[in-house]
Structure formats: C-alpha cells, structure tokens
Design a protein around this ligand. Sequence first.
Ligand SMILES: [Zn+2]
Length: 394
Amino acid sequence: MTLRSNRRDVLKLGAAAGALTGLGGWGLAQDGRGRTQSTPAMEGDEAPTVKRVIFIAMAGGVRTRETFGTPANVPNLQMMADDGVLYPRMRTSNLGHFGATMSIFTGISEARGIRDNARGTDPTMFEYLRKDLGLRQSDVWVTTSGGPQQTNYSYSVHPDYGPKYGANTLDGDGIFNKEFKELLDTYGRPKAMEESEQDLLDKVRRGIGRTEDKAENAAATENAAKVERYILEELTRGTSTLRGANSGDAKALRVARNLVSLFKPKMTGVVLQNADIAHGSFNGYSEVIRRNDEAIGEIWTAVKEDPELADSTAIFVLPEFGRNKDLNSRRGLDHGDGSDDLRYVSGVAWGPGFGKGRVVKDDVRTIDAMYSACDALGASPELAKGQKLKRLLA
Ligand SMILES: [Zn+2]
C-alpha cells in the first residue's frame, strides 16, 4: 500500500476513531476523580503550544557515532534536529537496558526497585500525565518493540500512582493491556479477524472490566468491542509485511504512526530495542539505526501532513545509553566500558515553541527529557529527579 492511499484511509478512519474514543476509551475506568482532560484557556494566546507528545526511547544502546556522527544513517533525525533542538551531550543512566530505559520514563536515574521484568516503584511519565491532567487511558499510550518486559514501562507500583494511571500498551502484534492479552492468549491472536472475529470479540467483551452501573456497563462493553476490533485492524495495519533486523522496532513505530494518525493521543510513547543486535553485528546495528530513522521519519511526516497535529505536536527521540568505544572480537559492540561513547548519547526535541536548528552543547541528562515532555503538556513529575531540558524553548 502506498503512503498516499494509506493516508487517505487513515484520515477516513480517523473520523470514526474520534467518534469511538469520545465514548470513553475501552470502557476501562476513567481516572478516579472523573475529570476529563481540558486545554487550559490562555489569555491572548498566540504562542504555539504543545498539545501532544510523541516520545521515542530509541533504546537498545545507540552511540552518537552512528547517529549524528554519521548523518547519512539518520537523515530524518538530522532534519528534525535542523528544525528543532539537538542535545549531543545527554548523560545516560547506565543500569542495563531495562533500568536505563525505565529511568527515561521515570526521570530517576538511580532507580529503586528495578528488577528485570518487573514494574518499578517510581511513577512513570504516563502516570504523571494521567493523574495531573486527568487524562483517560485512551489518551496515553506506549507501543513497544516486543517482549513482556517492556510492558512494565506503562506504569509503576507506586501507591499514589500505579495501574489506574497507566498507559495503554501495544506491541507490534497488536496485543495490548494485560487483561486483553490474557484473553487473546487463551483464544488465539486474531491476525486477520476472519470468520471467528465475532466470536472472539464476544469473548473479549465478556472479559472487559465492569462497573456498578448497568447501563454504563452495556455502553462501555459495546464501545470496548468496537474499539478493540478497530484497533486490531487499524493499528497493526501495515505491520505484517515488516521484516528485517529492526522488525520489532519497525512494528512498534508503525503502530505508533497509526495511533498518532487515528487517535491523536496526548502521549504516544515508543520503546525500541533492536539496536542491541550490535553485540554480535556492527553492520546489523547500523542497519537497524538506518531503518528506524526512516520509520521515525514516517511518523514525523504523518504529523506534519495532518493539520490537527502539525502545529501542536512535539517529538522527543533519545537512546537510553550508547555503546562501547571499541569493537569486540565478533566485530560487534557491547556496552560497559564506561567510555563517553557509552555514557553520552544524542537526543532530539522538535515541537511548537521549541528552538529551531539549535545545538545545545551543555550536558543534559536522558532523564530530563520526560520532565520537559510533562512540562510541555502541563504536568509536573513531582518525584522525578531530572529538570527541564536546557534551552529547549525558542
Ligand atoms: Zn545489550
């Protein structure tokens, strides 16, 4: 399918999605205070404001040398930097992939309670946004490159935050929220949703959370089924043909692109990981970077071509850490030598009201990005240890 025809479909379906999401997401609980999100009125507001954020953790260990040090690898990120702000000295949290990526979302580099494949104890960006801004779950998403471990980024076990403020999670195969995933694991993944479609949806419908109110339940249940069917078909559109070393990342990025076009969430997080092929193959790693740059470019294009998104969407892209200075004996690149190649990465921020073509040579930190993302949307990550990215605003 060409981009052009895909875009037409996406626009058409976007209208339908808007109608569906307007009914309250999947019938999952709204935030406890029952608030709905609203845009604060500003007096004489002429300045461009950020209404949505796309936040891409280009994780898997990516050095600056293969990104902005080799602009041919990342033409799209370079263009984004030329039209936004580049941070070539972002200090990382070197805790291993999982912990370091987690800290990008929590804004705390010395993370507590981090074990592999478990939820952290520090609230994530998604929880701050939902709690502070009263956002529905359907407004806050994270798409992941795969693996159950990455679903842990969607919320923490912090007593004041936690699952009721979590993000919808979606991986490249279109499987999201845990309770939904369990059902699909039991009944099978509807790759094509053929004749078994209705039967499966009925089963899913019965598994969706209930409230006390019967009428509300019925409406929510029906809405949830519509939305689920819609999501499975549309959000995974185009992912089945994605192959190659970055296929997991490519799917997560494609799903994010579909999501951004269809639902226009307030927050779309993306977690990548395929660059870690670098342990065994420098060439494979470079290929992943090039392909991911292309996919990020497609998201950026989708944003710029959508009048509703173009002037109100900010994008942040940053790795969790870099890689070693020298190749290993397999002509691959590990991570653990403490070099600047490992400890500093390059991140980009692009959006309304942000600087344009600015290179900030000062040291900043990977944990600062979520602080700026929250701040741009009007939330304050009170437990995060980062600060606003220096010289971000125009
Ligand atoms: Zn690794």
